[in-house]
Design a protein around this ligand. Structure first.
Ligand code: SF4
Length: 220
């Protein structure tokens, strides 16, 4: 169990699974820079949070921008939306009649990704909600703005183990204040922190660090 002051930002899971160094630059070193992709992501989330009112439609109660946390995982954050679905297998909710199952919904720019970063983030949200509402959540949803598609994912044991393992590693790095070294990947081309991280310094080739700095200064 973690103390509240040691909670990490849940959304960091996505950064961490994309690149451990990017996560450390943002969450340990407090570096941030926007690029078109991050700006688009901010717009998507502000849109998702626009309808801040709770809505009940066809037996589904939707609550937007719900703060969440888990003392077991040591994280806190916010769900874009949480759907409470009327069901005999559900839990009771304060001020509402009947029983309800719980399902987080995360809104994303673009389309479904090859990697697991979005699935890990929404699975971690489901695990927080389980702890908060003392319930079991078997599925969660991702909505992609570009394709206008909603993907339902199973929150299975493999995904849960990945979330736990990743968060344990994140807590360790955070406590040690350690930023992992550059590991250039295809993702560097889309990384808003490339100017801070300087991944080109690690590329194999015949350029020396002095050559790189000279070239960079000339371009500036
Ligand atoms: S530039 Fe590449 S190595 Fe550096 S933080 Fe971004 S993704 Fe990670």
């Amino acid at each position: 169990m973690y103390n509240e002051e040691d909670y990490l930002q849940l959304s960091g899971i996505q950064h961490f699974s994309f690149c451990r160094r990017q996560w450390a630059l943002i969450h340990i070193e407090k570096q941030w820079a926007e690029n078109p992709l991050t700006a688009e992501g901010q717009i998507v989330h502000s849109r998702a949070h626009d309808a801040s009112a709770t809505e009940l439609r066809n037996g589904v109660l939707t609550v937007r921008a719900l703060p969440i946390h888990s003392a077991v995982l040591g994280v806190s954050g916010e769900c874009d939306a949480v759907e409470f679905i009327q069901s005999e297998d559900g839990i009771s909710l304060h001020g509402r009649e009947g029983l309800w199952t719980v399902r987080p919904v995360e809104y994303k720019r673009g389309r479904a990704k090859v990697g697991d970063c979005d699935r890990l983030q929404v699975a971690a949200q489901a695990m927080c909600l389980e702890e908060m509402f003392s319930c079991r959540i078997d599925s969660a949803c991702l909505f992609y703005y570009e394709t206008r598609r909603r993907e339902t994912i199973a929150v299975g044991s493999e995904l849960r183990e990945q979330v736990e393992k990743m968060l344990t590693e994140m807590h360790k790095l955070y406590q040690d204040g350690y930023t992992p070294k550059v590991k250039p990947s295809k993702g560097c081309a889309n990384c808003s922190l490339a100017e801070t991280c300087l991944p080109d310094l690690m590329k194999p080739g015949d350029r020396s660090v002095a050559d790189y700095i000279k070239e960079h200064m000339e371009s500036v």
